[in-house]
Design a protein around this ligand. Structure first.
Ligand code: 5GP
Length: 140
């Protein structure tokens, strides 16, 4: 399996598609999922091309996980979360829909189930507000 740079997240990385970006460093970009399974659902991707866990360079994987930790801590405050769920899918059989490695970082509230995947499209206004709240928490 090879990396196809035409995937949606590759286009977001190159600025060819818009995204609600919340965090960036030399190795990693994080932005909101537009079909969130819970409010504040964030995707963390490496900047280096990699299809998924099976081909990523370990240093890029480590950078993605470190960024996910920062985002998780900020989500706890920004969304008054009670916990965080991480998910990550590999290849079609593993539930992967977009073939650029991504880690889902999902704020959780006690007693609230995750929405089914791809079942709900968040409004642009809500996504913009959530991105601002998360960026403020990351900065603080
Ligand atoms: P996967 O099943 O590959 O782990 O998850 C792909 C994720 O990408 C899904 O949660 C889906 O909502 C999200 N997604 C699909 N298209 C877009 C898009 O154009 N922009 C953003 N921000 N997220 C997307």
């Amino acid at each position: 399996m090879t990396y196809d740079p035409g995937n949606i997240f590759g286009k977001i990385l190159r600025g060819e598609l818009p995204a609600y970006r919340v965090y960036e460093d030399e190795r990693v970009l994080a932005f909101l999922d537009i079909m969130p399974r819970a409010t504040g659902h964030t995707l963390v991707i490496p900047k280096a091309p990699s299809r998924n866990l099976l081909d990523v360079e370990p240093d890029d994987l480590a950078a993605v996980v470190a960024a996910a930790q920062r985002i998780a801590r900020a989500q706890m405050r920004a969304f008054e979360a009670d916990g965080i769920t991480l998910t990550q899918h590999n290849e079609k059989a593993g539930g992967q829909e977009v073939f650029h490695l991504h880690l889902h970082v999902i704020p959780r509230h006690t007693g609230v189930e995750l929405r089914p995947p791809l079942s709900y499209k968040e409004t642009p206004e809500a996504l913009a507000a959530q991105a601002e709240a998360l960026k403020a928490a990351l900065a603080g």
